[in-house]
Ligand binder design. Structure first.
Ligand SMILES: [Mg+2]
Length: 310
């Protein structure tokens, strides 16, 4: 009998995908950042659910406001990955009966602050008693114009690969206070021929792996180009593997790269955009150094059910 530890998160998702029949009107089901469904009159609805659990996604040092912010911002980041606009959220909270009312208020203020910043509203939900760790689950619906929708599966050999912001060491603090790249994603699909997009939740190596598998392509990353966050401490492996940066990873045709980089600097002078590699025909991801030597990249980012691999 296989356990989740042996199966891993990816193996589990693959099993569930085979188990669950795909309905009519489904544009993208299990296996992208959000589900995409037809909502009638040519409209597309984005559906996402995401949970945070005490001891897994935050610990006792996180403030109630930070916990609420993070729970909502994680789901918002997945709407960003599809270039969508977040609209309506339902929040389910599993709470211990000895939790201070003040703490609950702080959590919901954090949830509402993150939603409100990006034009979404919490319209309902549910509270239940949790005998163990405290948890929050956010269900978020968004909208996207069909011509702006981007999936993981659109990358083609020869595309340039880009990443927003800097990577690594998010656990030092960014994971509780990050800005989902909603505005940047909406700008991108209007100003650049973005072909495939994903947000970085499990680490650059692993999320690029997801994008490449969905697109049936490979990639070569340039190690010196990878933008490292100060808390990564100059450690390339952390920039490749650390999760929860919630930056955007996307591809465009290589010929569009130069124009995109200069337009980006005008539009978002505070946020880096870096070209970090190229999509290739072959499977797998290679990492190239300054001298042109390449090695195969192991997708060793975060897996919920195989913590030893993290
Ligand atoms: Mg995602």
């Amino acid at each position: 009998v296989k356990t989740l530890r042996q199966l891993g998160e990816r193996g589990l998702i693959e099993r569930l995908r085979r188990l669950l029949p795909r309905g009519r009107g489904v544009v993208a089901g299990i296996g992208d950042d959000c589900a995409v469904v037809r909502a009638g009159r040519g409209r597309l609805l984005l559906l996402k659910t995401d949970a945070v659990v005490e001891g897994v996604h935050f610990d006792k040092r996180a403030t109630p406001h930070q916990i609420g912010w993070k729970a909502m911002a994680r789901a918002l980041s997945d709407i960003a990955a599809m270039a969508g606009r977040p609209r309506w959220a339902l929040v389910t909270a599993g709470l211990r009966e000895d939790t201070a009312a003040r703490t609950i208020a702080g959590i919901y203020r954090g949830l509402a602050a993150a939603a409100g910043r990006f034009g979404a509203r919490i319209v309902g939900g549910e509270t239940v008693r949790a005998p163990g760790p405290f948890w929050l689950s956010v269900a978020l619906a968004g909208e996207v114009e069909p011509r702006h929708l981007r999936l993981r599966s659109g990358a083609r050999a020869g595309d340039a690969i880009f990443v927003t912001g800097t990577l690594g060491g998010s656990i030092q603090g960014k994971h509780l206070a990050f800005t989902p790249r909603i505005r940047e994603a909406q700008w991108l699909v209007r100003h650049a021929p973005v072909r495939a997009m994903i947000d970085i939740s499990d680490g650059l190596a692993r999320d690029l792996g997801h994008l490449c598998r969905a697109s049936r392509v490979g990639a070569t990353l340039s190690a010196p180009a990878i933008p490292m966050s100060p808390p990564a401490g100059g450690c390339l492996q952390r920039a490749l593997d650390d999760g929860e940066d919630f930056e955007l990873l996307f591809t465009t045709p290589a010929a569009a790269a130069g124009k995109l980089l200069s337009a980006w600097r005008q539009a978002f002078p505070e946020l880096r955009l870096t070209r970090i590699g190229a999509i290739t025909r072959g499977g797998g991801i290679l990492l190239g150094d300054e001298l042109g030597h390449t090695r195969k990249l192991h997708e060793s980012g975060y897996d919920h059910f195989q913590p030893s691999h993290a």
